[in-house]
Design a protein around this ligand. Structure first.
Ligand code: GDP
Length: 138
């Protein structure tokens, strides 16, 4: 499964109506959508998803933000998916993101940064399974 990654179009991007254009960029970059759904995280679920950051000072803010509205979660497939998707989305802080990246184009701040992208093959699998059963990943 090393050719898969996991993404979330975050509440800020959803609120701004950028879901369609972001999905188009993902498509144009050669990713195949292997699973996708619109959903909304409870605070509890958002906290669980970002549990790795529980000790970071921004954890509370992150959980508030990620549970503040609708998101689109998706599993994406492409050769070298994790690395190529991180390139497509750009740096965590949009002011440091390369031109043309999703975060450069659509993120407002380091917290409200439009999209999530898995940082390893192992986490891609864990995160995809957090949102989708195996029967929902094609
Ligand atoms: P990513 O892998 O590029 O998403 O970055 P990280 O794993 O370091 O952080 C996870 C998420 O936490 C980021 O995408 C941001 O939404 C949020 N985040 C990271 N740093 C900060 C920060 O300094 N302040 C706030 N409010 N949120 C942050």
């Amino acid at each position: 499964m090393s050719n898969r990654t996991f993404t979330i179009i975050k509440p800020d991007a959803t609120r701004k109506g950028n879901t369609g254009v972001i999905l188009q960029m993902i498509n144009d970059a050669g990713f195949r959508i292997a699973a996708m759904k619109m959903t909304k995280l409870s605070k509890e679920k958002a906290g669980e998803f970002y549990a790795v950051h529980a000790e970071r000072p921004f954890y509370g803010e992150l959980v508030e933000f990620m549970s503040s509205g609708t998101i689109t979660a998706a599993v994406l497939e492409k050769d070298n998916a994790v690395e190529d998707f991180r390139k497509l989305i750009g740096a965590t802080n949009p002011s440091e993101a390369a031109d043309g990246t999703i975060r450069k184009l659509f993120a407002a701040s380091i917290g409200e940064n439009a999209v999530h992208g898995s940082d390893s093959n192992e986490n891609a699998l864990i995160e995809g399974d957090f949102f989708f059963s195996k029967l929902e990943q094609f």
